[in-house]
Structure formats: C-alpha cells, structure tokens
Write a protein that binds this ligand. Structure first.
Ligand SMILES: C[S@@+](CC[C@H](N)C(=O)[O-])C[C@H]1O[C@@H](n2cnc3c(N)ncnc32)[C@H](O)[C@@H]1O
Length: 254
C-alpha cells in the first residue's frame, strides 16, 4: 500500500495548530521529559553522561504550561476513537497523567511499563537504577466511537519473556535499549527502539490510517509507520535531525 510521510520542521504547538481538527487516528508523543541538567553527571567507567539538551530544559511552571498546551492541540487533531500515547519517566509522567485526567472525553486505557533489561547504571550510587519508562495510552471518546485495539493481533505480535506467544498481552513490556543497528543514520540522544513503536502502531491502528508524532526526533515513529503501511506526520523543532529522519525514511523504500 502506498503511504505518505510528511516531516515538518517547527514547534509542535504551532504546527499542530495548522493540522485539521479530528483528522488523525493515532498520536505517539515522546516529549521532552524535563530531566536535563545544565551540568550533566559523568560516569567514570563509561562515556555515558546524563542529558544536557537545551530542548529538554524548562522551569517548573513553563513545563506545566508546555504540557497543557501541546496535549490540548494533540487532542483537537485526534479523531474520536483515536489514541494518544505519551512516553515518560517519573520526571514527567505524573504531570502528564494529571493533565489527561482533567479532560472530558479522555479515558486512560492503560499505562505500559517498559522494562529495559540493559538500562544504564545509576551514576550517583545513591538511589535505585532506573530501568523502566512509562507510556500512557489514552483514547479520545465521543460521538459513540470506540478506540481501536487489535486484540487478536496483540496476542501474536507481542512476545518477550513476560508475554508468552498466543496469550493476552500484559502491560509490562521488556525491550532492550535502542540497538546500534538502528542508529546507523546518526546520533540522537533519546532515539526510541523500533520495537516499541511496532507494538503501539500494530495494536492501535489499521493499515492506511495516520500516525502523528509531535516530537519525532530521529524519525522512529515515521519509519515504523511506513514499514507497517500506515501514513505518518512527524514534527521536530531541531532541523539538525532532518538528515537522520530522511535517511531512515529513504531506507524503507529499499
Ligand atoms: C524525546 S525526543 C524524541 C525522540 C524520538 N522518539 C526518536 O525515537 O528519535 C524529543 C524530541 O522533541 C524535539 N522537541 C523538543 N521541543 C519541541 C517542540 N516544542 N516542538 C517540536 N519538537 C520539539 C527535540 O528536538 C527532540 O528531538
């Protein structure tokens, strides 16, 4: 099936405002988590340094305002019966969940715990090692539309050491950190594993539908959408990632 994949370089809130109301079936958002520090911490046993990205630094009030605004616009462009997935860690996920809980017609269907078996060690050695991220799956209900959940497919498309093949899928997914072979097109500090997107897109959309990612980064959502026969729209503020996105999308033609 021929699909279209549009990349928009610009600010998510401004660009979402230009997208027609109720036109999108799935939004996958991996927003800034507001966890970067001006002076990142280093780890003496590896090259790993904690995040120091400008795009990931907000004041407390500024971050709340930002989350409220982009979520409002994302829900406007979502169709009734569409799904909004938002990624996070403890730094942002409670705030995102709180915002969603206050909006009429929005239902949180699940929160997925993504377990990373090869997570980075804790640099300070003064707390437990963070080895999970959390994804909220919410649907926009209204006009008597039910969200898409390809139940039978999920039984056979998601299997790991927590989810045996052929059984109902649990909300705990074990997926390793993004492997080097997916980073061939260039460096992005928070590139998501393609397997994570595969599960979300296959569970919540039908072929030919449209997936939008307001913070597309290195283009993972668009790349997996293309591979799976879905249309995509990706928005990214930093033009420096465009080359990585285009190269990854082009490879899907091979
Ligand atoms: C957590 S990363 C997303 C990574 C992506 N999921 C991937 O697999 O590559 C967030 C991205 O959002 C971008 N970004 C930050 N603020 C933005 C904004 N206001 N509008 C659009 N993009 C933004 C950053 O440049 C960064 O690439």
């Amino acid at each position: 099936m021929k699909t279209t994949h549009k990349i928009i370089i610009g600010d998510a809130i401004e660009e979402l405002k230009k997208i027609p109301t109720e036109s999108i079936e799935l939004i996958f958002a991996d927003p800034p988590y507001n966890l970067s520090k001006k002076n990142g911490l280093g780890w003496k046993y590896s090259k790993h340094v904690t995040m120091q990205e400008e795009w990931d630094m907000f004041s407390k009030d500024g971050y709340y305002k930002f989350n409220k605004e982009w979520i409002k616009e994302a829900l406007r462009v979502l169709k009734h019966g569409g799904s909004l997935w938002i990624c996070g860690s403890f730094h942002n996920i409670y705030q995102v969940g709180f915002i969603l809980q206050q909006i009429e017609d929005v239902k949180i269907n699940n929160s997925i715990v993504w377990f990373k078996p090869n997570a980075q060690p804790n640099i300070t050695c003064r707390m437990f090692t963070e080895s999970t991220e959390h994804l909220i799956w919410a649907s926009k209900n209204g006009n008597n539309q039910k969200w898409t959940f390809n139940y039978e497919d999920t039984k056979n498309l998601i299997f790991d050491n927590i989810n045996p093949k052929g059984k109902q899928t649990r909300n705990v997914w074990s997926i390793a950190l993004t492997p080097k072979k997916e980073k061939w097109a260039g460096e992005h500090p928070t590139q998501k594993p393609e397997e994570l997107l595969r599960r979300v897109i296959l569970a919540c959309t039908k072929p030919g539908e449209t997936v939008l990612d307001p913070f597309v980064g290195s283009g993972t959502t668009s790349v997996v959408a293309k591979r799976l026969g879905r249309n995509s729209i990706g928005i990214e503020k930093e033009a420096k990632y465009l080359n990585i996105i285009n190269r990854r999308l082009e490879q899907q033609n091979l």
